[in-house]
Design a protein around this ligand. Structure first.
Ligand code: ATP
Length: 236
């Protein structure tokens, strides 16, 4: 689905991603983990084109088109290729209604459809109930559901989420985890997420990748995420 190869990224003089290789297999949830500041968010932003990369390749295939090299594509084009993105901090529009927030995602649909897919409301009924409320009036958990819903209006093939469980009450975190599994199992979606919460990763991810200082240092099936690896790379 996505093969990241020898990716190097700098913030000014600061070398943040180092010759980073990472495979995101189709139809699975890959969870990127690691301590604060190791470059997890930067990696997701590099895939989305929100930060420039110095060198390396992002080879992506969505099943419809042949393989595409994303580093050559503009940000909007990456969405049109079927990549949905839920950024850290959600970035919803507080003054727009829930429905209008969802509509803002539609511009990135390749087929020009201007209707919010019913599937979004089916997965998150709360968004239907609250569709005329302003985004800013929603709870943090509901805003996260809205941010995910907005990424889903393009009916993506690859969904990228940056810490979807951050600062959200546990029952909504579980709902979000279940929706992610539903999207994978029923819609064949591929998911790449950053998540620090171990129970979430263990319950909902298929694979893990641990990063340290800008590069992956361990990866495997989620069942192989041992206490030793956690101790070595994740505890503070
Ligand atoms: N816009 C920026 N300009 C300069 N340096 C930045 C910028 N954004 C992030 N950094 C630095 O790059 C490094 C990696 O940051 P990044 O946010 O990718 O890490 P992270 O693993 O996602 O951390 P966290 O878990 O805290 O979100 C950090 O040292 C951070 O301070």
């Amino acid at each position: 689905m996505l093969a990241i190869e020898k990716l190097n990224q700098f913030y000014g003089e600061s070398h943040t991603l180092w010759d980073l290789d990472l495979e995101v297999p189709v139809g699975q949830c890959t969870c990127v983990m690691g301590r604060n500041g190791v470059g997890k968010t930067t990696l997701l932003k590099a895939v989305m084109g929100e930060v420039a990369v110095k060198s390396g390749a992002l080879r992506y295939s969505n099943g419809d088109t042949g393989e595409v090299e994303l580093t050559q594509k503009a940000v909007e084009e990456r969405s049109r290729l079927g990549i949905g993105y839920v950024p850290q901090g959600r970035q919803i529009f507080p003054l727009l209604t829930v429905e209008d927030n969802l509509r803002t995602g539609l511009g990135a649909r390749q087929d020009g459809v201007k209707k919010i897919p019913e599937r979004v409301y089916e997965l998150f009924p709360v968004l239907k109930e609250m569709k005329n409320r302003r985004g800013g009036d929603l709870s943090g958990g509901q805003q996260q559901q809205l941010a995910i819903g907005r990424a889903l209006v393009i009916e993506p093939k690859l969904l990228i989420l940056d810490e979807p469980g951050e600062g959200i009450q546990p029952n909504i975190v579980s709902q979000i985890g279940q929706v992610i599994r539903q999207l994978i199992n029923e819609d064949g979606l591929t998911v790449l997420l950053v998540e620090q919460k171990l129970p979430f990763a263990r319950k909902y991810a298929d694979r893990f990748v641990i990063m340290d200082r800008g590069r992956p240092v361990a990866n495997g099936d989620i069942g192989e995420l041992s206490d030793e690896l956690i101790q070595q790379h994740l505890t503070v």
